[in-house]
Design a protein around this ligand. Structure first.
Ligand SMILES: NC(=O)c1ccc[n+]([C@@H]2O[C@H](COP(=O)([O-])OP(=O)(O)OC[C@H]3O[C@@H](n4cnc5c(N)ncnc54)[C@H](OP(=O)(O)O)[C@@H]3O)[C@@H](O)[C@H]2O)c1
Length: 300
């Protein structure tokens, strides 16, 4: 434990005051979280749950103690990350029970399930919502985190998600836009990379070189913009676009095909969809929860 605290402090400047972390739902994002925690926090016990043998086996390979029992995982942990699909949340609660959450710190990465719904379901817990993205695989997630007010273990939660990349604390209402921009972002950027590389292939470059070149240009441009933090992207564009040159010829195509407007709409639509899903999910989760809580009361 002491060693892991030192590691985390060196990495993030924060101390993680948790001996044991549970990741409930070791799927795509859950596995990435488990891998980051296991690699960066040797000494902290990571318990992972899943339904299938394959999921559990994979979690064990990544360094977690993989078990089927969600209730046991919660009882044995100080900090719990919920990474099942939103519609599987009620079933997960059936398995944990409602009496295990007091004094636990819970971070949900489930899209759409609000802090207010989480607070109702996880009575006595301190709850947070985080929205990481798949770039966490290479330690470059841009993760937005929202809290419900008390913020007692905010530093711990921040430290935890810094093992995946950068963290941004935001009001909860920003999480839908974040999902539409940063959550879906890797897919949008991948599509743009593919299109640029295909253009290069169409112009005669071999495929392997084309992809390498696009990735270098993308990474380099991001680094350049960061390094010159006060400039607007349009200024960089204007510096490259010499009169009557190649860049302005290309930019004319972007303008005439409405690509910029399309990209703006893409983020707006993805954010809107996140909001819609949030409404659907909360209605369904709240309905199932209310029913389950009534059953618990009846059986008392
Ligand atoms: N993928 C992303 O980029 C991303 C980014 C941010 C947030 N999220 C959010 O993270 C959540 C998971 O997404 P994902 O893409 O990782 O989905 P996923 O790959 O389907 O992972 C979900 C996992 O939950 C497990 N599970 C379901 N019911 C369970 C239960 N009762 N007990 C224990 N484990 C259970 C499943 O186990 P089995 O495999 O054994 O069925 C599966 O491994 C979603 O709510 C999503 O909104 C995802």
């Amino acid at each position: 434990m002491l060693e892991s605290l030192k590691n985390l402090k060196a990495l993030t400047g924060f101390v993680l005051d948790a001996d044991s972390i549970a990741v409930l739902g070791a799927g795509k994002i859950g596995s990435i979280i488990i891998r980051a925690l296991s690699e960066k926090l040797d000494g902290v016990k990571v318990i992972a749950t899943g339904r299938s043998y394959e999921t559990l086996q994979n979690a064990a390979k990544l360094g977690a103690i993989a078990i089927r029992e969600n209730r046991k995982a919660v009882l044995e942990s100080d900090l719990i990350i919920i990474s099942v699909k939103p519609f599987h949340f009620p079933q997960l609660l059936k398995e944990t029970g409602f009496d295990v959450w007091v004094d636990k710190t819970v971070v949900s990465v489930m899209a759409g399930v609000t802090l207010s719904t989480l607070q109702k379901a996880l009575e006595g817990a301190e709850v947070y919502r985080a929205m990481p993205n798949l770039n966490a695989y290479v330690g470059r997630s841009a993760t937005a985190i929202a809290e419900n007010g008390s913020g007692y273990r905010k530093n711990t939660v921040d430290a935890l998600f810094k093992t995946l990349g950068t963290t941004y604390w935001v009001p909860e209402e920003y999480l839908d836009v974040w999902t539409g921009l940063a959550g879906s972002g890797p897919a949008f950027i991948a599509e743009i990379i593919d299109a640029l590389a295909m253009g290069a292939v169409a112009s005669g470059l071999n495929r392997e070189l084309a992809y390498k070149a696009v990735l270098d240009v993308l990474e380099g441009t991001a680094l350049l913009l960061r390094a010159r933090s006060n400039i607007h992207p349009a200024q960089l564009r204007d510096e490259v676009a010499t009169p009557s040159g190649t860049t302005i010829r290309g930019l004319t195509v972007l303008e005439s095909r409405g690509v910029k407007a399309a990209l703006m709409e893409l983020v707006e639509q993805a954010s809107r969809r996140s909001r819609e899903i949030g409404t659907e999910v909360n209605e369904r989760v709240v309905k199932e929860l209310t029913f389950m809580l009534q059953q618990v009361e009846k059986n008392k």
